[in-house]
Design a protein around this ligand. Sequence first.
Ligand code: ATP
Length: 456
Amino acid sequence: MGKPQSQAEMMEKLVSLSKRRGFIFPGSEIYGGLANTWDYGPLGAQLKKNLKDHWWKTFVQQRADMVGIDGGILMNPKIWEASGHVETFHDPLVECKVCHKRFRADHLLSVKGIEPQGVHVSPQIEHRAACPDCDGELTPPRAFNLMFKTFIGPAEDSTDAVYLRPETAQAIFVNFMNVLNTTRKRLPFGIAQIGKAFRNEITPGNFTFRTLEFEQMEVEYFVEPSTWETAFEGWAAFMEVWARTIGIDARRLHRLEVLGDDLAHYSKRTIDFEFDFPFGRSELWGLAYRTDFDLTNHAKHSGERLEYTDASDQSKKFVPHVVEPSLGVDRTMLAVLLSAYDEEALEGGDTRVVLRFTPELAPFKAAVLPLSKKPELAEPSRALYERLLKRFPVDYDETQSIGKRYRRQDEIGTPYCLTFDFDSLIDGAVTVRDRDSMKQERVKIEDLENYLETAL
Ligand code: ATP
């Protein structure tokens, strides 16, 4: 096994494979595209669904202390005033006076080799940096709000303005009492949500790493205030275990303690889980201690009491504190794809490209391949394919040589190929080929569902 040499080359290969095999397409392509938008193709959509299902199963369904909701993208704009997003959800924008390109000032510092972590991006510091493209002089940084605005109704009037949510978290906070009253959960417990978020990023890019529209999988975990550290450590470990379970390369995953001015306005402590992407080490997920910031502010702005009553002492009422594991679906997919991608040198000088997805994430669990297109093989193969489809996502492929078809399935990460040959008509069995070891064994057709159930 061997990973490709250059990281830039690796990224190019992944982008091209994603397009060629239907994982990820450039958005609005036939109209010349729309910068930094991407559409997930058939395999990408299935992979993404498997990833979200896996997250939901692990973070919600299998935990007695978790429930889920599905909130709206459009919400009362007062929510974003209470949450601090209207006032503080800004990035520092600078523009080159010569070529008029725009950059995020904190990103420029890292381009210039200055470590941005813990560095407050003051106008003085920023003035020392020049345009990375043409070396032109830059404007002083100005705060740029990342929220997309739109309008309800026919008039584009500021009184009708609403925002596309920049994070899924707030739907959870504003429904805290609804969930508490309907589920009777006791502390500590968490509310989870998967959904789209939108940010008008100044410098999107690096494939699907930073986009304007993306999906988040977030948990708001409510605790008794003095216990937040235990919950924080628990979730940090839980996230790392999950990373391994979904096939993220543990050697490329790192914890970064976020310090000082780099902390978000609501956070007292944050760990970024960073991943070694081909373009550098960057944030994959965040884990934040949000204190009682959100519930307290929503209580203030809405006039509602957002409190928890102690189960053993009804007179003890308090605002729970919150620990938030926040994971981006698209960045997770990118890390999964990068971790899974492998080029294996074969005997005879050939190379095969393999996406070594974990079976749970693989878009197809198996592929049915008749050795020949002749009806005597194609017809029973097709029947087998349709039978297996009822239980697993399965592919069917009868074009070109069997060797080429194996390569095609390796390249999209299908764990098993089931070859139906002329002997199958006699012994009622198919050859099952394992994607990773390439070992083959004969399995009775009638046992295939059980075989795959056990193997996957
Ligand atoms: P960054 O510093 O990279 O802008 P952030 O700290 O603002 O990210 P959070 O607000 O913590 O990000 O959002 C939680 C998660 O949502 C991130 O860890 C990431 O996985 C994902 N995410 C955030 N912004 C984007 C984006 N523009 N495109 C894709 N995913 C994103």
